[in-house]
Design a protein around this ligand. Structure first.
Ligand code: ADP
Ligand code: MG
Length: 356
């Protein structure tokens, strides 16, 4: 197990990067604590795989260095870094049996055969492959093959870290849930440093206490699911996490008032820093109160999604979403009010602190 430091890591795939847009990773400067479980969350193309491959040593960064427990490993191979990595698609030996596929990483390291057997059997149970142990991998389905791949990543308990790159994409939804719970258990038992890449917020929020959100080649926020929900540091985190995402609207701020069209919204405090640039107010649908008093809206649509309803409305010519209880009535002349606890303010997409 190891602490992993990414020190000012930048990466460009092309030969002569000039500006930020030429970099798949603009700059990542972050530590993954020893024994921590992290979800790396972001949309397709934001640089998740690039970062993971730099950590494992499959990719050499254009700038910066990588430390394991304070030791520079930037020039070491994957083998020397002693990392297990599970990819999105199966990486297995087709001509070997399931058992031998799982045994391979252990035998390769010279682990004594009785220990190999014990670990392989344990891993077969965990991945639900026990009754296929003697089968050749070739004839198996895509999701069975992916379970072998996952098992190969989990079979060694002496690795510095285990990296997962969207490992459950081809697995069916129920099994996904089972495997994810097992990964969490395994983490509790062995205390591996784990980095789990996904573009799925539910997967990220249920896997880890530490969620690292990436957007366009950089980390925009690291936090617990609650922090990402309550205080998105970047408007992207507001949109990306939550269902529906945060309402974000341009405003003009004066003291502790925000003006939007003909409406004035009282902020929880005046912005602490200067508010230069494009100023926006963000409020999650959960904090938009719908009732008989407040600011007028016109309702376009009500989506009943079981435990609650999503109300889609037009507010000062802009779309806004509000979440109301299943049994709540929608007033005939609807008005909205913003719960001050849910108001966030952004300048050029980054969150601005407000004073009391
Ligand atoms: P993610 O895993 O988050 O989907 P990637 O790390 O795969 O994102 O990709 C980040 C960016 O780098 C994307 O714009 C992608 O097109 C580009 N990219 C990834 N791999 C290569 C490559 N081998 N050569 C050139 N560009 C690449
Ligand atoms: Mg990827």
């Amino acid at each position: 197990m190891a602490r992993i430091d990414c020190n000012h890591i930048r990466h460009a795939y092309g030969p002569h990067p000039k500006s930020d847009k030429d970099y798949a990773l603009k700059e990542v400067h972050h530590a993954f604590e020893d024994g921590g479980a992290y979800a790396l969350l972001g949309p397709s193309g934001c640089g998740k795989t690039t970062l993971l491959n730099i950590i494992s040593g499959l990719l050499y960064p254009s700038h910066g260095e990588l430390l394991f427990d304070g030791k520079d490993v930037t020039n070491l191979s994957t083998q020397e870094r002693n990392i297990a990595q599970v990819f999105q698609f199966p990486v297995i030996y087709d001509t070997m049996t399931v058992y031998d596929n799982l045994a391979f990483p252990l035998r390769n390291r010279g682990v004594p055969e009785p220990d190999v057997d014990r670990k392989v059997r344990e891993t077969l149970e965990m991945t639900g492959l026990a009754d296929m142990a003697k089968k050749k991998a070739r004839g198996l389905t895509a999701d069975q093959k992916q379970k072998i791949s996952l098992g190969r990543g989990l079979v060694r308990s002496d690795v510095n870290a285990i990296l997962f790159d969207e490992p459950l994409t081809v697995i069916d939804p129920h099994m996904k849930w089972v495997l994810r719970s097992q990964l969490k258990q395994l983490h509790r038992r062995f205390g591996f440093t784990m980095v789990y890449v996904t573009h799925d917020q539910t997967e990220a929020l249920t896997f880890a206490e530490n969620v690292v959100v990436m957007y366009e080649g950089e980390i925009v926020q690291i936090g617990s699911p609650a922090e990402l929900f309550e205080r998105p540091k970047h408007t992207f985190v507001g949109y990306f996490i939550g269902s529906p995402g945060m309402n974000v609207m341009p405003v003009a701020v004066e003291g502790r008032n925000a003006r939007l069209g003909s409406q004035t919204i009282e902020l929880p405090g005046a912005p602490k820093a200067g508010t230069a640039g494009a100023i926006e107010l963000g409020i999650r649908p959960e904090y938009v109160r719908l009732g008989a008093s407040g600011m007028p809206v016109s309702i376009r649509k009500v989506e009943d999604i079981g435990r609650h309803k999503v109300v889609r409305a037009s507010f000062e010519g802009r779309d806004i979403a509000a979440i109301v209880g299943e049994d709540e009535d929608i007033p005939a002349d609807p008005k909205i009010a913003f719960d001050p606890a849910g108001i966030n303010l952004y300048a050029d997409s980054w969150r601005v602190e407000m004073g009391g």
